[in-house]
Design a protein around this ligand. Structure first.
Ligand code: ADP
Length: 247
């Protein structure tokens, strides 16, 4: 497979903080329509890797290619425009706005004439909001103030705000943190559905959830990849048991 067949090709990626290599010559390929889960002990470099991909942190060396474009010199907003969406652990939504308005303001500016809040919403934006609201299980909550949603629903809303931009790569940091069992189930189903037309990378600690959603698992340790493959393969890997799963 050539590198152009991948959604994302990370090669020899390195970042140092005061001489400490948080990511150390890491190479990783993500297929189109793949749902990859990254696991590993605290401090392994999982969040830093997502920060490097979305541009929050600048690489010290190596390459990150997305749709044949080298990302390392690009600013965060340019990576968003190319189709990369990042969700952090804590939902950042507009609590005082309705679910509808949160989704509406997330529609990419420039694609809609009346994109800004307070203007008449175009039919195109309304249609997109409806599609996304159904995807995130919030179609019956469009008029609800976002601050009144459950914690899980807030997480879905933030995923929905990213989906409004129709990203080709979604980066999610612990998407089920603080969710009820039912909400976890619904999130698993949501993630499986949204990766049918994009690649998704998820950082997760809950092994039952990982088993449920992962196409492939990458285990990180000390800024490097310790193991990679199916959940069955990595959970039986003695190195992985030693540094992570055995605890
Ligand atoms: P994980 O997400 O796997 O828990 P992180 O990516 O948060 O790990 O951190 C990896 C290592 O890099 C940790 O030792 C952390 O302290 C260090 N680190 C991350 N970001 C910074 C930073 N901005 N400055 C200094 N050290 C950092």
């Amino acid at each position: 497979m050539s590198n152009t067949d991948f959604a994302l090709a990370v090669e020899d990626l390195t970042v140092s903080f005061d001489g400490f290599k948080a990511i150390d010559a890491l190479t990783l390929y993500i297929d189109k329509n793949e749902l990859r889960v990254i696991i590993g002990p605290n401090g392994a470099g999982k969040t830093t890797l997502l920060d490097l991909i979305c541009g929050k942190t600048k690489a010290s060396g190596g390459s990150i290619k997305f749709k044949n474009t080298e990302l390392t010199a690009l600013a965060e907003f340019q990576r968003v425009r190319l189709g990369i969406g990042r969700k952090f652990q804590t939902p950042s939504i507009y609590e005082n706005l309705s679910v509808f308005q949160n989704l509406e303001v997330s529609y990419p500016k420039g694609r809609s004439v009346f994109g800004a809040l307070g203007f008449k919403c175009t039919e195109e934006v309304k249609a997109r909001v409806q599609v996304v609201a159904e995807e995130i299980h919030l179609a019956d909550k469009l008029d609800t103030e976002a601050g009144l949603l459950s914690h899980g629903q807030k997480q879905w809303l933030e995923i929905g705000m990213l989906l409004m931009q129709d990203p080709e790569l979604l980066l999610l940091d612990e998407p089920i943190a603080g969710m009820s069992a039912r909400e976890r189930e619904m999130t698993a189903e949501l993630l499986q559905r949204i990766c049918t037309n994009r690649a998704v990378i998820v950082i997760e600690h809950d092994m039952d959830f990982v088993k449920q959603i992962a196409h492939k698992v990458t285990v990180m340790h000390q800024g490097k990849i310790l193991a990679e493959g199916s959940m069955d393969k990595v959970q039986n890997d003695p190195k992985v048991i030693d540094v992570y799963l055995g605890h």
